[in-house]
Each structure stands twice: as structure tokens, then as C-alpha cells.
Design a protein around this ligand. Sequence first.
Ligand SMILES: [Zn+2]
Ligand SMILES: [Zn+2]
Length: 231
Amino acid sequence: MKAVYKETEGAYTACLTERPVPTLTKQDNVLIRVHACTTCGLDMHIWQGKLRDCRPPIIMGHEFVGTIVKAVGESLGFSVGERVICQPHLYACGHCEVCRLGYPQFCRSRRSLGIQRDGALAEYIAVPARYLHRVPDNLPDEFACLAEPFTISVSDVLVHADLTPGESVLIIGAGQVAQLALVAARCGGASRIFLSGAETDGGSRTAGHPWPRCGSGGGSQRFTGRHCCRH
Ligand SMILES: [Zn+2]
Ligand SMILES: [Zn+2]
């Protein structure tokens, strides 16, 4: 199968190459044909060799949607043919301090897709059934693969920032998660939303980027440091 494979540590060592289709094991017991896999800033850091947590050789990619094509052992009610997404942080111990606080993504035992183990920038991926979630038929692949980064944005904007309808929001950054935070802020009833690029963005992300349109009841603004324009 084709896969984006980072063979060694260092910058720009990933390439599109042929890899074997994963074999199912007792642990990774569901094989998924990947329909769509998006990338975020974390993938950029892996690509640039800046993520110290990354353990090559690995197939990159952790945000995806696909269809189950094979399952062995306990598939927990999931069947071949179902469209699913998968949580990216696998094998957390469940009993250390961070696990007990509800943050398995920080567990030292975890193995995250596309970081410490093979990910989903490939035609197929094998994962444990217990990390899967079904996708509604009316949700297209290009949105379903954004579910995981959207959970980050929803939790940042609506839970941690405790947004109250009518408040204004400033989102620092302009990448994928920042733009999904804009969507979360709109859903949370923000009156005005400012999206700034981070210093490292240079202008490449803020200039000429297609911008989400504002709907009724909420305004979205673009702030580049030079001007502020209303859509
Ligand atoms: Zn991500
Ligand atoms: Zn743990």
C-alpha cells in the first residue's frame, strides 16, 4: 500500500512510499481502509523533525476516517463495512495520575498514531476496536476526518475558556485547529471573533487564505496585524 513514511529522525525524512498492509493482531484487531486523513501543526513538526516524542520509523497521520474491512477477536459490536474514526492516543495505562484525571493523551504508556506508532496517511491502518467511533452517514469524509482536531477546539473554546454567548474571542494562530476554534466560537455564540496568525506564520497563512463566512448572529473578522477586515 502507499503510505507517508518517516523512516528516520531529522527534518524532511518522510516520503510517499510502499509499505505492507498491516496485519491484524490481538491488540490492533480492526483493519480500516482509510478514506481521508487530514494533517495539523503536529504533522508539520514531525515533518520538520521538531517533535522529540516522535519515534520513527512510522507512518504519519493521526486524524482520519475510513471503513472497516476486517476484524478479528473482540470487535465490540463494530462490523465490516462500517465507517469509523479513531481516537489517536492508544494504549494509555488507565491508572496513572494523568489517566485518572482524564488526560490519557499525556500517559507515558500511550502510543499515539503517527507519532510513536504507524498512523493513517496510508491506504490501510490497523487499530484496536475500543478506540473507534461510528460516523453518521450524512457526515462527509472531509468533515469526519476533522473530528479529532475539532474536539480540541471545542474543549479549548467552550470548556476551558468557558465562552459565554455575546463575548468576543481572539484566537492566536491561523492553522487547522485555530480555524476549527473559530467554528467552535461561532457555535458558542461569540459576538466577534478575531483570528490572528502566529508570529511564525510569516504571512503565508493569513494572506489570501479562504476564510469561513460569518452567518447570522455572529461576525468573524480577520486580523493580520496590518488591518482588520470584516466578512
Ligand atoms: Zn492533529
Ligand atoms: Zn496512564
